[in-house]
Design a binder for this molecule. Structure first.
Ligand code: ADE
Length: 226
C-alpha cells in the first residue's frame, strides 16, 4: 500500500512513521508513506497557499489551485482508491473503517489548516472525509498520523503474529481483556490463577468473559450497536 500525505507542515510528520511497526511495514515493502510539502505548489514568488475568505470572516482559507495541482500530479502517476480530507466534520474514524482502508492500494490524505480548504477541493477532489474525534486539532497532520498508524499495522504481512491484530480491542466489538506478565506476584498483587494454569481452553474462556465484562463496564455502546 502507498499513502501520500499532503501537508503544509511536513516536519510534523517526520517522526511518526519511523518507528516500531510502521517502520517494519515500510522495511518489508508492505507500506510506503510519502509526505508532500504543499508549499512546493504555492502560488507566485511567496508560494502562497491561503487567502481571505470571500464574504469576510476571521481566518484564512487554503486555496484550491495549489491543492488541485498537487493532487493531479499524484493522480497522473497512479490510480488512487480514495482522496481523503482530514477534517473535524468528517466521518468518525473507527476500527471497521481502518480495516476497510487497510485493503486499499493507494490513498491520498490531505491535511487541512486554518479555516479549512476552499469548498471546491471537497467537491471536486475529495472522495472521503475523516475525523478522528469530536474535537478540533490545529491541523490534520496528527489526525493523518493516527489514521496511517491504525491502517498500517493491519496491512497483511505487517504484524509478525497475524492473529494479534484480530484480537485487538474493537475487532469483534469487544474491548481487549486484561493482560499480565512476570512477576506472578508483585507486592502481593497476584496474577489471576487461571492464566498460570496452562489450561488454554479455560484461559480463552476467561479472556472472553473479561472482554465482555469490560465492554459492558467501559463501552456499553459497543454491545448496543448490533
Ligand atoms: N483536523 C482538525 N481537527 C481534526 C479532527 N478531529 N480529525 C481530523 N482532522 C482534523
Amino acid at each position: 500500500m502507498r499513502i501520500d500525505i499532503i501537508t503544509l507542515l511536513p516536519e510534523l510528520l517526520e517522526s511518526p512513521f519511523r518507528h516500531s511497526i510502521l517502520k517494519r511495514a515500510q522495511e518489508k515493502g508492505r507500506l510506503e508513506v510519502v509526505v508532500h510539502d504543499l508549499r512546493q505548489f504555492g502560488l507566485g514568488k511567496h508560494h502562497q497557499l491561503d487567502d481571505y475568505a470571500f464574504g469576510g470572516g476571521a481566518g484564512m482559507v487554503m486555496m484550491v489551485e495549489p491543492i488541485a495541482q498537487c493532487i493531479e500530479s499524484l493522480q497522473a502517476e497512479r490510480r488512487y482508491d480514495e482522496v481523503i480530507y482530514m477534517s473535524p466534520d468528517g466521518d468518525l474514524f473507527n476500527q471497521p473503517m481502518a480495516n476497510r482502508l487497510s485493503l486499499k492500494d493507494n490513498l491520498i490524505l490531505l491535511c487541512g489548516h486554518y479555516k479549512g480548504v476552499d469548498e471546491r477541493v471537497r467537491e471536486h477532489f475529495i472522495t472521503m472525509e475523516i475525523s478522528i474525534g469530536d474535537y478540533v486539532l490545529s491541523g490534520g497532520e496528527l489526525a493523518a498520523a493516527v489514521v496511517v498508524d491504525a491502517i498500517g499495522r493491519l496491512i497483511p504481512g505487517v504484524l509478525n503474529d497475524e492473529s494479534s491484530a484480530l484480537l485487538d480491542s474493537f475487532q469483534d466489538d469487544l474491548v481487549a481483556p486484561p493482560v499480565y506478565t512476570r512477576p506472578a506476584d508483585f507486592r502481593g498483587w497476584k496474577v489471576p490463577e487461571v492464566l498460570l494454569s496452562g489450561n488454554f481452553p479455560q484461559i480463552e474462556e476467561w479472556r472472553l468473559e473479561q472482554s465482555i465484562l469490560r465492554t459492558r463496564q467501559r463501552r456499553p455502546n459497543l454491545l448496543d450497536e448490533e
